[in-house]
Design a protein around this ligand. Structure first.
Ligand code: VGL
Ligand code: ZN
Length: 179
């Protein structure tokens, strides 16, 4: 069984948001189409309290229940079976979707007999990377859909370096059309 995870495809990580990936919105149609190839689709949301140590490193973003924390309006979110909320603690970053506090992602996937996880969303060098690395540690065969992720790329090597790290750890990079 394979599952699709959409990491943090929220307004604040898209152009016009508080912490945007410059082309974050470009992956929305790619993911909408990709969803047709999966029975099991889950997503994560960065879901921060108003005040958190995380905002000492980053501009405030994805504060729970604000419009910045909503999914990008173009995303076909009706197809998402479960949303995992992370970064909910005021004392840590909660980058990985496996750190969700409303429900345990690894247990959820195992219960659904998932063995392969396809990772998409925002942003490549933080939450996508940490989710993919933890997925590998949890024993899932892990694919990163390269035209369905986007980075902030504050330093021009950030995204290439993140990809190298994921590959080194055992992640497979594929294109949406190849899924
Ligand atoms: C993220 C930075 C801060 C992400 C979340 O979703 O990748 N990046 N919080
Ligand atoms: Zn965050």
């Amino acid at each position: 069984m394979k599952a699709l995870i959409i990491v943090d495809l929220q307004n604040d990580f898209c152009p016009g948001g508080a912490l945007p990936a410059p082309e974050g919105d470009h992956i929305v149609p790619v993911i909408n189409k990709l969803m047709n190839k999966f029975y099991l689709i889950v997503a994560s949301k960065d879901w921060h309290p108003e005040s958190t140590v995380h905002f000492e490193k980053w501009p405030a973003h994805c504060v729970r229940k604000t419009s910045g924390a909503e999914f990008h309006p173009g995303l076909n979110s009706a197809k998402i079976q479960k949303v995992f909320l992370k970064g909910t603690d005021d004392k840590d970053d909660g980058y990985s979707a496996f750190e969700a506090t409303n429900e345990n992602l690894a247990e959820y996937l195992r219960k659904k007999q998932v063995s392969e996880l396809y990772v998409t969303g925002l942003v490549t060098e933080y939450c996508v990377k940490q989710t993919a690395l933890e997925s590998l540690r949890q024993g899932f065969k892990t694919f990163v859909v390269e035209d369905a992720v986007q980075g902030i790329n504050a330093h021009p090597n950030d995204v290439p370096q993140a990809k190298a790290e994921m590959e080194e750890a055992g992640a497979h990079f594929i294109k949406a059309d190849e899924v």
